[in-house]
Write a protein that binds this ligand. Structure first.
Ligand code: DX5
Ligand code: ZN
Length: 215
């Protein structure tokens, strides 16, 4: 069954404790960290992850949209992240490797992320060692954008690589996921769906999660 990871970027930050209670039936909680450099927006950082960790037992899936993320791996891991994902575009390959090694030392799960412009083949040097590959289906930076259907062949290509090289690796999709596009990305091979506005914008978040799961 697919996992649903509501993105708290679309939640009301002034009521974050209640907002995470609204999505208790989800599998993971997706946390978008933005530095105003790798993406133009600025969102949340280490202290918020630390507070979330005290407030919930949910799996914290932390998406780092920051330049040279190796600088912050230890801090986010110690704050309580269960998985950190780093953008392949955010550093040169040695920096990405160093970030993954830091995650190993911290004993947390490791993810890599691709912007829409980045080709499927970019995952190949890392695929055997990562726990998750995240394909962006919008330009990272903001919630509520339109799903980019031209990313579907890339999702399918990465699913084929995963079956070949590392079947246990998760394939997550983030951006514009709604009840219609959810079916398309699952069909293409995704097994973890991030959803911000489709969950937090719904009157009944639990019902929205069920619909995304296809139940
Ligand atoms: C965008 C973030 C997403 C965002 C998704 O940069 O990575 O996680 O919250 O929001 P929706 O589901 O509204 O596109
Ligand atoms: Zn995200």
């Amino acid at each position: 069954m697919v996992k649903i990871a509501p993105s708290i970027l679309s939640a009301d930050f002034a009521r974050l404790g209640q907002e995470i209670q609204r999505v208790k039936s989800a599998d993971w909680l997706h946390v978008d960290v933005m530095d105003g450099m790798f993406v133009s927006n600025i969102s949340i950082g280490v202290p918020v992850v630390k507070s979330l960790r005290k407030a919930t037992d949910m799996f914290l899936d932390v998406h780092l949209m920051i330049e040279k993320p190796v600088r912050y791996i230890d801090a986010f891991a110690q704050a309580g992240a269960d998985l950190l994902s780093v953008h392949l575009e955010a550093d040169m390959p040695p920096g990405i490797r160093a970030a993954l090694e830091a995650m190993d030392r911290q004993g947390i799960k490791k993810g890599i992320v691709l912007r829409p412009i980045t080709a499927a083949e970019a995952v190949l040097p890392y695929i055997e060692e990562v726990d998750l590959i995240l394909v962006m289906t919008v330009e990272p930076g903001f919630g509520g954008q339109k799903f980019m259907a031209d990313q579907l062949p890339k999702i399918a290509a990465i699913r084929r690589y995963i079956e070949m090289y590392h079947p246990a690796c998760h394939l997550e999709v983030d951006g514009g996921v709604d009840p219609v596009t959810a079916r398309q990305v699952i069909q293409a091979g995704a097994d973890v769906l991030v959803a911000g506005s489709a969950v937090y914008g719904a009157p009944d978040a639990e019902e929205a999660i069920r619909v995304l799961r296809g139940q």
